[in-house]
Design a protein around this ligand. Structure first.
Ligand SMILES: [Zn+2]
Length: 115
């Protein structure tokens, strides 16, 4: 079974891993010290990853303003819902804004099909 998690959290961890990948690539340039062109390529790639991560972070900020804040019925914490169905950020409780989907089994495809 596929594991679901909150979308904003998912994107955020993606952006974070992009930063680490960027630094790892830049660190890798050290091993090619003798080849200036390779160092340059690695540095550029690393920098691109970090820039990309910044862009993703900006995108999360944009998404967050459109997300609906709700109180999770399971853990009582405030979480943000993106799309028709999403998971609680803290306890992964499936949440929906659509009354017709209430009680139905969680399915992420509700977000992509029909608008
Ligand atoms: Zn919760």
């Amino acid at each position: 079974m596929k594991k679901y998690s909150n979308k904003i959290n998912k994107i955020r961890s993606f952006a974070l891993s992009l930063i680490f990948i960027g630094f790892a690539i830049m660190y890798g340039a050290i091993f090619f010290r003798e080849h200036q062109i390779l160092v340059l390529i690695f540095m550029t790639l690393g920098l691109l990853c970090i820039i990309g991560s910044t862009a993703v972070y900006g995108w999360i900020g944009l998404l967050s303003t459109r997300a609906v804040q709700v109180e999770c019925p399971n853990c009582g914490k405030h979480t943000k819902i993106l799309g028709r169905v999403d998971m609680c950020m803290y306890c992964n409780e499936p949440l929906t804004l659509d009354a017709t989907l209430e009680g139905k089994e969680f399915d992420e495809s509700y977000n992509s099909k029909r608008s």
